[in-house]
Design a protein around this ligand. Structure first.
Ligand code: PBG
Length: 351
């Protein structure tokens, strides 16, 4: 008789031969593979999910009309003139993407030592905000108040005698935040890592009647090699000498990141961001556990480009790696992700 018939199994569990150790002896009756055995049971016990509501799409804007410039180091990403950015905003809204984050590439003639063009209410970022808000009022607009796309040296702050001066930069960034809010930005996201910027921006926004405009702090922004392709996109790659280690966090540090986030919350941040993303999942988890704040990751340009490049070479399955990386952010505790994959993944999720 076949000893695996249900009757034999139910009634008489045969004794194991002396000396043999079965898997059940080792694990008790726990077998974690039971729930993995079929698609339906895997779906039933899945702990984290990625949805379109998790996505923030960073886009690059430039002057002109009908401009769609490819960025060599970011296949599939373009610098768009405002008319085309509006079209993309319409597409994003249709896909259900909640918000866009805009970054400019301005002509070199507009860049100077202090990044003063950021204060021009008619610079390309502020015009893009007005145009997108006008055409697609339902999509959220997040603007970066950092100076780097506007300085002749590519740093995020005002450079004097080789030093990024903190307080003067904070004044400039706060003034820029008010101008961006006046143009219609819903969230100001300062990425410059100057001390005291969150409190100063909050005060400036409130003093000018923008109590409802939120602040997403790039609370823990690390000095990282993963920003390379972005610097090509905004045109700072050729300008920047040295690094940003005197203002971004040393990527060796984790306690310091917690202190940064704590400070930004005390100063009035509504949301926290960790940047870059995937190499810093430990920081995301620490911040979420410690503060229970809305917490976001920026899957930065280098992370995007690595997945795209390996996918294009057939070394990895690019689509699967994209989805896996984004779900990893959810598992680490993120409420959402800034990602250049946003339209691609939103299209997939919709389908
Ligand atoms: C600077 C800024 C950076 C990014 C956005 N704003 C980093 C840098 O150039 O040092 C990086 C975004 C990305 O890599 O996708 N304020």
């Amino acid at each position: 008789m076949n000893k695996f018939t249900p009757t034999a199994m139910n009634k008489f569990t045969p004794a194991k031969p002396a000396g043999a150790r079965s898997v059940d002896d080792i694990t008790g009756s726990r077998r974690l593979r039971r729930m993995r055995k079929a698609d339906w049971s895997r779906r039933l016990v899945q702990e984290n999910r990625l949805t379109v509501d998790d996505l923030i799409w960073p886009i690059f804007v430039v002057d002109g009309r009908q401009v769609r410039e490819p960025i060599a180091a970011m296949p599939g990403v373009f610098r768009l003139s405002i008319d085309l950015a509006v079209k993309e905003a319409e597409r994003a809204a249709k896909l259900g993407i909640p918000a866009l984050a805009t970054f400019p590439n301005v002509d070199i003639s507009l860049r100077d030592q202090t990044g003063s063009h950021i204060l021009d209410p008619d610079n390309v970022i502020n015009r893009a905000t007005r145009a997108i808000k006008d055409a697609v009022p339902e999509i959220g607009i997040i603007t970066d108040a950092a100076l780097d796309p506007f300085t002749s040296h590519g740093h995020d702050g005002i450079l004097r005698d080789g030093i990024i001066v903190n307080d003067e930069t904070v004044e400039q960034v706060s003034a820029a935040a008010v101008i961006q809010a006046a143009a219609g930005a819903d969230i100001i996201a300062p990425s410059d890592m100057m001390d005291g910027r969150i409190g100063a921006i909050r005060d400036a926004l409130d003093a000018n009647g923008f109590q409802e405009v939120a602040i997403m702090s790039y609370a823990t922004k690390f000095a990282s090699a993963f920003y390379g392709p972005y610097r090509e996109a905004v045109g700072t790659a050729g300008l920047l000498k040295g690094d940003k280690k005197t203002y971004y966090i040393d990527h060796a540090n984790s306690d310091e990141a917690v202190r940064e986030a704590e400070q930004d919350i005390a100063e009035g941040a509504d949301m926290l961001m960790v940047k870059p993303g995937l190499p810093y999942l430990d920081i995301i988890r620490r911040l979420k556990d410690e503060f229970q704040m809305p917490t976001f990751a920026y899957q930065v340009s280098g992370e995007y480009s690595m997945i795209k490049a390996a996918g294009a070479n057939g070394w990895i399955d690019g689509e699967k790696a994209m989805l896996e990386s984004l779900l990893a952010f959810k598992r680490a505790g993120c409420d959402g992700i800034l990602t250049y994959f946003a339209p691609e993944v939103a299209t997939m999720l919709k389908g």
